[in-house]
Design a protein. Structure first.
Length: 708
């Protein structure tokens, strides 16, 4: 056995040296060629192709490939080794692929093959290709050094299924401050999503740690490769929950050789498109208000206090969109002025019915905001022609001055349509619909008067704005990714649907982590119903690759209290330390001691997760006083730098850390309620290798009985 391993290593070492020589030679030849900077179109195209090849070769040189699949196509005499890498490379001398791009049809077999001695197949542009797999091998290459060779399948060895040894090796590694690609460990169920058809809305329910985000990012890279003539990177967009998370995932696409894809939050994107000079107000304060608890022994074990009016649910509902559309239809019919425009005394005037005809008939296909602009321009041109027909210079000058004053007064009665002003009508006492709560109407009215909005207002405002002014071609996307989609509203998705060319979406999330369900969805049907039955495809990812078995089983016991009807996470067989639940006599000294122990265990990233920003600030202060240098992560954070961090539980979603310490898991802060169960589940599932929970007083009823 040892000799077989050594033989395989030597074989791959020789092959790597040869591949390195070929790649290096091609790169040197291209770099020796002068760059073309002239104006000849053909030469510009050729230079673009050369530059793309230079980029691929430079990417491939340090780590040419990560996998090998020996495949014998039906009708061929023997197996051919296929080497799979991030970038495809041709052997120009031999005329064969040196490295196959991981997105190529043949490479799909490397991911979809799960073992067995029967035939295997993959789809190619020429049809189905069938054959036999003889070997599936994983390789770790760093800076042209072969570090590891692992055979996960070998035909005739008696091994029925592909083993997970290489996957477990990669999962056991410590993480840094950035999410990384998983191109070498993509699993069959993930690959199916990545390679799904383009013009559909994919809805992915995935348990914590199932790789949802990385799968979505790899899907973008695949779409750009598979549909290179139909989609462009600059016409794709990713919506993430906050800017800190955007920084966390920012390295994946460049690692895959993909750039120019916009990555933003819905709030930032919407505010850029609304021309009402709005400001987003109270985000951090509202989060603290939503997730604070009434601390005190008298509240122990009681349900959470009454939530603020759940405005996000109806402000983001599809029903609100229907209501707005009906009101907008009426508004648009009554919008155009019908009065005659009389620039000066005399016989010359512009009849209101003429203006109405221009508006309602001649340019009826355009949105009313643009129609108003065009009609105003036409009125001004009419006025210029009338003035030019006035021959007496003095009379023309007097008429021009008078006409300018009258036109200004005329147009003042016909102000440009404003999304903010229209939306405000929902909350004014005279025009408020009966189903809008009075308290909420008053709070919203005060905010809007200051041109301040909440995130939950933005979808409705943008929906109205699009009706008034239309959608510019540059704001239509070839593909849209929505991450943490359980926190999105149906109206947000409807707005984005209007901005998509072919309803091409990847919508991913986890209902069990729906801690913002006061504004998000409680069932994926709320999104599926927004598309036609043939336009959606639903996937479920139940395997969790992030955490050890012990952590996942512990977290599954907590989420069972939430009442959310989703499948529990199924762990990969990766065992680790038992979850530690500790009662502390003194809260902050115990936290400091636990952090000191975790730091001594050489974890690359450690998180202390508290309930609120205020409580985290106190923990941070204590850790600093104890000699640590932790980062305090808040709702306004722009980036995540790794190391030791302190953050509130509601900001931890989407991140992962080598070790996690959850503070204050007591009966006051984490009651037996669906919301608190989801919050504690989120906190626990951030840990890859080591999870600890501490409490003083009485433990949370969400903790397993044997742990509490």
């Amino acid at each position: 056995m040892e000799s077989d391993i050594q033989s395989a290593y030597q074989e791959e070492l020789l092959r790597l040296e040869e591949a390195g020589r070929i790649i290096n030679r091609q790169l040197e030849e291209l770099n020796a060629m002068p760059r073309y900077s002239g104006n000849d179109f053909t030469e510009q195209v050729l230079e673009g192709l050369r530059e793309e090849t230079r980029r691929k070769l430079a990417t491939a040189l340090p780590e040419p490939y990560f996998g090998r699949l020996d495949f014998q196509e039906a009708g061929h005499s023997g197996p051919t080794p296929l080497y799979i890498g991030k970038a495809g490379v041709e052997d120009r001398i031999g005329g064969n692929p040196l490295v196959i791009d991981w997105r190529a049809p043949a490479a799909s077999l490397f991911y979809s093959f799960t073992g067995g001695d029967g035939p295997a197949e993959y789809d190619s542009p020429d049809g189905l290709v069938e054959g036999l797999v003889y070997l599936k091998r994983n390789l770790v290459i760093r800076k042209q050094i072969l570090q590891r060779v692992t055979d996960s399948y070998m035909r005739g060895s008696g091994q029925g299924a592909v083993t997970d040894e290489f996957l477990l090796y990669r999962l056991g590694e410590n993480k840094d401050n950035k999410l990384r690609d998983i191109v070498s460990t993509i699993q069959a169920e993930q690959d199916k999503i990545i390679r799904a058809a383009k013009n559909k809305a994919l809805i992915i329910q995935g348990v914590a740690g199932s790789g949802k985000t990385t799968v979505a990012l790899h899907r973008l890279a695949f779409l750009l490769y598979q549909y290179r003539d139909q989609v462009k990177a600059e016409r794709m967009i990713i919506f993430a929950p906050n800017r800190m998370f955007l920084d966390y995932i920012s390295g994946v696409l460049p690692e895959l050789g993909v750039g120019d894809i916009a990555q933003t939050t819905f709030a930032d994107w919407a505010l850029e498109r609304l021309d009402d000079n709005l400001k987003l107000g109270g985000e951090a304060q509202d989060l603290e208000k939503r997730f604070a608890v009434a601390a005190g022994p008298e509240n122990a074990g009681k349900p959470d206090a009454q939530e603020p009016v759940p405005s996000g649910r109806w402000k983001g509902s599809a029903e609100l969109a229907d209501y707005l559309n009906r009101e907008l239809d009426v508004y648009e019919k009554e919008y155009c002025l019908t009065q005659d425009f009389i620039p000066w005394e005399g016989t010359r005037q512009l009849p209101g019915k003429t203006i109405r005809h221009w508006f309602d008939v001649e340019i009826a296909h355009e949105p009313i905001g643009k129609r108003r602009q065009r009609v105003e321009a036409r009125i001004r041109r009419w006025l210029e022609m009338e003035l030019e027909a006035t021959r007496d210079p003095k009379i023309r000058k007097d008429r021009k001055k008078l006409a300018g004053t009258r036109l200004k007064a005329y147009l003042k009665k016909w102000s440009p349509p404003s999304a903010l002003e229209f939306y405000r009508r929902l909350f004014e006492p005279e025009t408020r619909p009966a189903w809008v709560p009075e308290q909420l109407a008053e709070e919203t009215r005060k905010r809007l008067a200051k041109r301040e909005v909440l995130q939950e207002d933005l979808a409705a405002l943008l929906h109205i704005h699009n009706r008034f002014y239309g959608i510019h071609g540059n704001d239509r996307f070839d593909h849209i990714v929505i991450d943490e989609a359980q926190d999105f509203s149906p109206l947000q998705v409807l707005v984005l649907k209007a901005h998509s060319k072919n309803h091409s979406f990847t919508i991913l999330g986890d209902l069990a982590q729906g801690i913002h369900d006061y504004k998000g969805v409680r069932s994926w049907e709320e999104f599926a119903g927004l598309f036609g039955p043939e336009e959606t495809e639903t996937f479920q990812l139940n395997r969790s690759y992030r955490s050890t078995m012990e952590i996942i089983q512990f977290a599954n016991g907590i989420i069972a209290h939430s009442g959310v009807a989703v499948s529990l996470a199924v762990p990969v067989f990766r065992s680790g330390e038992q979850v530690r639940v500790e009662q502390a006599a003194k809260r902050l000294p115990a936290l400091v001691q636990a952090v000191r122990q975790l730091s001594e265990e050489a974890h690359g990233t450690i998180a202390v997760i508290g309930r609120t920003e205020k409580e985290c600030a106190a923990i941070h202060k204590e850790l600093v006083a104890a000699g640590f240098s932790p980062a305090l992560l808040t709702a306004s954070q722009q980036s995540y730098g790794g190391g030791l961090s302190v953050l509130p539980v509601y900001l931890s979603k989407g991140f992962e850390f080598d070790a996690v310490l959850v503070a204050d898991v007591d009966e006051i802060r984490y009651k037996d309620s669906p919301r608190d169960a989801k919050l504690l589940y989120v906190a626990c599932t951030r840990a890859l290798h080591d999870l600890r929970l501490q409490y003083t007083g009485r433990p949370s009823p969400l903790l397993p009985a044997e742990e509490a």
